[in-house]
Structure formats: C-alpha cells, structure tokens
Design a protein around this ligand. Structure first.
Ligand code: GUN
Length: 284
C-alpha cells in the first residue's frame, strides 16, 4: 500500500517557515517582500490559482497585490504594466498567470519580466541558470516536488527517475533537478513508444502531462515513489491527477494525492521564491 505524501501539510510547513522569516526581513531591511500576481481574463482555473497565491502571500505576512486585467487587453498594455512593475523598487516578485489569451505572445511576456523579479523561474536567464548550475530561481512546481521527495528521505543517487511530460514549466526543469541529485533520468512524452515499459523502470515516477488516468497500476514498479503533478477534471467533474489513483496506490511505495499533493506545494514554493528574489535584490 502506497503511503501518502501529504502536500497540504508539507506546504503548510513551508509557508510557516516563510511566515517566520518575513518579520526578520522587515526588521533587517526596513520593508517586507512584495509579490505581484497578474491575471488576464477570466479562466476559472487560473482565477482559483491566483486567489490561492495571493491568499498564501497574505498568510505569510508579506505584501502582495493582485492585478486583474480584461481578456481583451492589448499585448502592449500588458507589457507596459510589467515594465512599470520592473521599475518599482518595492516590488520583488512578478507573476503573470498562464495561459494568456491567444492574442498575447506568452514568450514576449515572460521575457519582459525582469529576471531578478521572475518568481516563476521562467525567464530565459533563470532557465539558463538552472541548466548551467548557477544561482537562479527554480520553477515552483518542480521545486515543490523536490521538497516532497526530501520530506520522505528519498535518496535519488543512482536511481531511475522517469518524468512523463516535457513542458518548460514542469517536465524539463524537473528532469534537471533530478539529474542534479544524480538520478538516471528519462523524459517520456506523448510520442514515447511504450509508456508502460518506460514507467515500469522508474524508482521515482513524476507525471506531468495533464491527462486523467494516463498511468495505471500495471505501469508502476512495485514500491516506486509516484509524484502526480496532473490537475484534471474527470467525467464527473472531479479534480484528479494523471495517475489512476485506485490502481496505482496499492503498487506504489509512496504516492501524492490530487488534490492535496503537488498543487499546494507549488504555491508554498512561490512564497520561498519571493523571499529569494527579495534577498537577491537587497543584497545588490
Ligand atoms: N499556469 C500553470 N502553472 C503556472 C505557474 O506555475 N506559473 C504561472 N505563472 N502560470 C501557471
């Protein structure tokens, strides 16, 4: 029977760490860290995510601001807002919730956020930093997964890690973080010939595809650690991951639930990244 990795409890611990840091930072530097979250349009899932991000920031005691922009805002106007926030000395972190409406070029927006305020770790400078092993902001979701693996004392050296999914936000940075811990890393994806066979090699299996029930128990190595980054709605409208939990849980050694697994960790790591940006800016 797979033991559950409780992302909700662990994220609470991370947020509490940040909550303890905030007053110390304010005392030392004369101001609190400040996170600005921008949402464009009315994607209901994005609205829930950003609300939870701002709520978490408020919980830690840091400053935060939510900027809600209409779906038909021009790319130019959005870039103008970002430019102003880049210049604002009191703003440490800028997050633009993705996806953006079709008429806005996401890459342009990501590039426009100053690297030092890029709490998502999506800016090319931070991506390069991650792959070159330099000090940088690590994307929140993969950082949260690493924290979950550490919480169960998972030794990665020499282990087979399989990441299913190759997005810039999760799959690719996830693979690099596992590689940094000396795991033997495989990235599988939608064109992988025999996904089951590849998944069965995994001591640590990270699912980040966005397809409900993609991985079933017969695809999991007995005792493996299964981390489910998926956030899907099943036919009944219930939130579920990429793993078929019912069949995977008896096989896995450890497993993350959806909801209550990786999702809350992403938000907690965003708080940590905001502190990281604050400290890098104050140390200049
Ligand atoms: N959309 C889904 N996940 C993320 C994330 O981690 N950051 C941002 N900015 N948008 C997202």
């Amino acid at each position: 029977m797979g033991k559950i990795i409780d992302g909700k409890a662990l994220s609470q611990a991370v947020k509490d760490e940040v909550k303890e840091q905030v007053p110390l930072l304010e005392e030392k530097y004369g101001r609190k860290p400040c996170l600005v979250v921008i949402i464009v349009g009315e994607n209901p899932a994005s609205q829930v995510y950003v609300r939870n991000k701002v709520k978490a920031a408020a919980y830690t005691g840091m400053e935060s601001r939510l900027i809600e922009l209409p779906a038909d805002i021009s790319e130019e106007a959005l870039l103008g807002q970002i430019a102003a926030l880049n210049e604002d000395p009191l703003v440490d972190g800028i997050l633009v919730q993705l996806p953006l409406p079709k008429h806005i070029d996401e890459e342009k927006v990501i590039d426009a956020i100053s690297r030092e305020k890029d709490v998502d770790g999506f800016h090319p400078g931070n991506v390069a930093g991650l792959w070159l092993g330099k000090d940088c902001i690590v994307p929140c979701t993969p950082a949260g997964v690493m924290r979950m693996l550490d919480s169960i004392g998972c030794e990665l050296k020499g282990k087979n890690a399989v990441v299913v999914g190759r997005s810039n936000i999760v799959g690719k940075p996830m693979a690099k973080l596992l590689l940094d811990r000396h795991a033997t890393v495989t990235i599988a994806h939608s064109r992988t010939a025999d996904l089951g066979a590849v998944c069965r090699t995994a001591d640590v299996l990270v699912l980040a595809v966005g397809k409900a029930g993609l991985v079933t128990g017969d695809m999991v190595k007995p005792g493996a650690v299964l981390i489910d980054v998926g956030m899907n709605r099943n036919a009944e409208g219930k939130l579920c991951g990429d793993a078929d939990f019912a069949s995977c849980e008896p096989v896995a050694g450890w497993i993350t639930p959806v909801p209550g697994g990786v999702g809350p960790m992403t938000i907690a790591m965003l708080m940590q990244n905001t502190i990281h940006c604050f400290l890098s800016r104050e140390a200049r």
